[in-house]
Design a binder for this molecule. Structure first.
Ligand SMILES: Nc1ncnc2c1ncn2[C@@H]1O[C@H](COP(=O)(O)OP(=O)(O)OP(=O)(O)O)[C@@H](O)[C@H]1O
Ligand SMILES: [Mg+2]
Length: 234
């Protein structure tokens, strides 16, 4: 589903944000991407969403080399990808309900069906009562949950979530994680960037650890204490 081969990303005038990263995600996986602030988590998600291009190396999405598909094909690729951006990127002039409806309108879903689905999604993130509000009038955590609802709306093949619980209290965090797990159970491949170690410990999933742009571990070894005899893990 996602394949990176020796991918390096350098922003102009800066050192590499990602360096020689090789990583594969299979269809149906649920993977955490973790590491300290500045490690390159958001950069990796931006590459996968084709918001940024690798400086070198290869990126394949759904088996296609993104460097070769051309800019005009990117919107079609993105129809299969739901994203929760770290800074939400909600449209301020559209209501909460209209924001969540956006990816469904792109799919040309009938209006009645859109209204039904939006209502159900807003209920699932506890925001039915905010449907007609505009994003700037919501709290950070509320905006984050709108972003989650919008990303899940089209039941995407791939969900990219950048710190999707970063603004939530523990209770809301569990609710949002459950929504991501439910989507995964329905077949969505999920990649979640987080530096919240408690999530990694609670949900025993594959963990990819970045440090200063390099992939330093991939598997379950991060859950063990250093020196606890963690094997290479295949
Ligand atoms: N648009 C940009 N232009 C220049 N440098 C950037 C840009 N975006 C990110 N960087 C740099 O790339 C590095 C990785 O940033 P990135 O946002 O990917 O880290 P992160 O792991 O998501 O961090 P955080 O946990 O704080 O969200 C940082 O050193 C950052 O300053
Ligand atoms: Mg980030």
């Amino acid at each position: 589903m996602i394949q990176l081969f020796h991918v390096t990303k350098e922003y102009p005038g800066d050192g590499p944000a990602l360096q020689d990263v090789t990583l594969e995600l299979d269809k149906g996986e649920f993977v955490f991407l973790t590491g300290p602030s500045g490690a390159g988590k958001s950069t990796l998600l931006k590459l996968v969403f084709c918001d940024e291009a690798p400086t070198s190396g290869q990126l394949l999405l759904f088996g296609k080399n993104v460097a070769k598909i051309g800019a005009r094909a990117v919107p079609y690729l993105r129809r299969n990808i739901g994203v929760v951006f770290q800074d939400f990127k909600l449209l301020p002039q559209r209501t909460v309900a209209e924001n969540v409806a956006l990816p469904l309108e792109v799919q040309a879903m009938p209006d009645k069906e859109i209204r039904r689905r939006v209502k159900q999604l807003l209920r699932s993130v506890g925001l039915e009562h905010r449907a007609e509000k505009f994003p700037p009038s919501l709290s950070g955590g509320e905006q984050q949950r709108v972003a989650v609802a919008r990303a899940l709306a089209p039941a995407p093949a791939l969900l990219l979530a950048d710190e999707p619980t970063g603004n939530l209290d523990p209770e809301r965090t569990l609710e949002v994680m459950q929504l991501l797990a439910d989507a995964n159970a329905r077949g969505t491949t999920v990649l979640v960037a987080t530096h919240d170690r408690s999530l990694l410990e609670r949900y025993k999933r594959r963990v990819v650890l970045l440090e200063r742009g390099r992939l330093v571990s991939d598997g379950d070894s991060i859950r063990r204490a250093p020196g606890a005899g963690a094997g290479a893990g295949g």
